[in-house]
Write a protein that binds this ligand. Structure first.
Ligand SMILES: Cc1ncc(COP(=O)(O)O)c(C=O)c1O
Length: 352
């Protein structure tokens, strides 16, 4: 778009001149061959003791890559320059993939909303992810995967892209149960509209700004409140609350991401009702005022799976301590995650 402000035009001309002057001594290296470039990339990775990304799959390469120097995607991929892509994650624990099918279902729902058709049927995507995890030999970490409109050009429309693309990477990481409580703030960054909040697309700029705002204020993360004043979700997590009369409430999923962990929590939590620890389990809309009067509060997400929240906008949540019911819910989810190969929820990439 043309700049209509003459004074700002003059300013940017001055800045450009300054940049050229101060950068005039800087000579940009031109790589004479791809082997020279690869040598440079290998040099960078050779100093890294433990590879953080043990394996990647790319449909563009048509296979699994173990060399981190080659874990790249094309710059003309529409996911790179237009944000036309969707993604999802699954946790790897003790060599098993937790809730892969629930994540894969959400991944394909996101792709349908973003009008990206997969280059492979669901069964092939699943098989690639399982083989990739096996090839990585990673026992603990995360598996992240993307469907993109694909490479082809730098236009807005993907119409001329020959095919969509599928990428996945295994990230070596420590996954452990969270036992300490965190501080949160109410986000001032506008929440995404329903269409974009309910699909896991790669445009996470609002989410990034929301977490940066929280970090700036000395908090772990933030809570979004929707335009009707109801609490919604965190930047990459759902929230759950326990009222003073022991009702477990999760904000309903119609305007936010339907979290796989939150859904699993809703399936498991009735056990605590049977034991008489909780009164009920439900999804509902809570105003900020109602939410600030609860006894316990927590974030819920794949890699946590539960993170107690003890302070919100500098006020204690309940008594300001990690709640017993929060930890009982955390234990339920954690046992489900580490239950081993007999459970239906786990997918076994290799015999460990
Ligand atoms: C915006 C948002 N909300 C909620 C979640 C939690 O979802 P899950 O439990 O599937 O990790 C995530 C993470 O995927 C997210 O990005």
């Amino acid at each position: 778009m043309a700049n209509c402000n003459p004074s700002s035009d003059k300013k940017s001309d001055e800045m450009a001149t300054l940049e050229v002057e101060s950068g005039s001594d800087f000579i940009v290296h031109v790589f004479s061959s791809s082997s020279e470039l690869l040598g440079k990339l290998h040099e960078k990775w050779s100093s890294v003791k433990k590879k953080p990304y043990p394996a990647m799959y790319s449909s563009i390469f048509g296979g699994i890559i173990l060399d981190p120097a080659m874990m790249v995607i094309p710059i003309d991929d529409h996911m790179v320059h237009r944000g036309h892509g969707v993604f999802d994650t699954a946790v790897i624990l003790d060599g098993y993939l937790y809730e892969l099918d629930a994540h894969l279902d959400r991944f394909l729902r996101s792709a349908a909303k973003a009008r990206i058709s997969s280059p492979f049927p669901r069964s092939t995507l699943r098989s690639i992810l399982v083989q990739l995890t096996a090839a990585s030999q990673c026992k603990e970490g995360t598996l992240r995967y993307w469907l993109s409109a694909g490479p082809g050009n730098f236009l807005l429309s993907p119409a001329a892209c020959p095919t969509s693309a599928f990428y996945a990477v295994v990230i070596d990481d420590t996954i452990s149960q969270c036992k300490n409580g965190v501080k949160v703030i109410t986000s001032t960054i506008p929440m995404k509209s329903t269409l974009f909040a309910t699909m896991k697309n790669v445009n996470y700029l609002p989410n990034v700004l929301a977490i940066m705002e929280a970090e700036d204020k000395g908090s772990f993360a933030s809570i979004w409140v929707d335009e009707e004043g109801f609490i919604a979700e965190g930047p990459n997590v759902n929230v759950a609350l326990i009222t003073k009369d022991k009702e477990l409430i999760l904000p309903s999923f119609d305007k936010i991401l339907s979290g796989c962990t939150a859904k699993r929590l809703l399936e498991l939590a009735p056990k605590l009702v049977e034991q008489g620890c909780l009164k009920s389990v439900k999804t509902a809309n809570l105003t900020v005022e109602e939410a600030k009067g609860v006894a316990e509060m927590m974030y819920v997400g794949s890699t946590l799976p539960i993170l107690p929240i003890i302070m919100w906008d500098e006020q204690p949540v309940g008594d300001g301590k990690v709640g017993d019911l929060t930890m009982a819910l955390s234990d339920l989810l954690w046992h489900d995650m580490v239950a081993g190969p007999d459970t239906q929820r786990l997918c076994v990439p290799y015999n460990n």
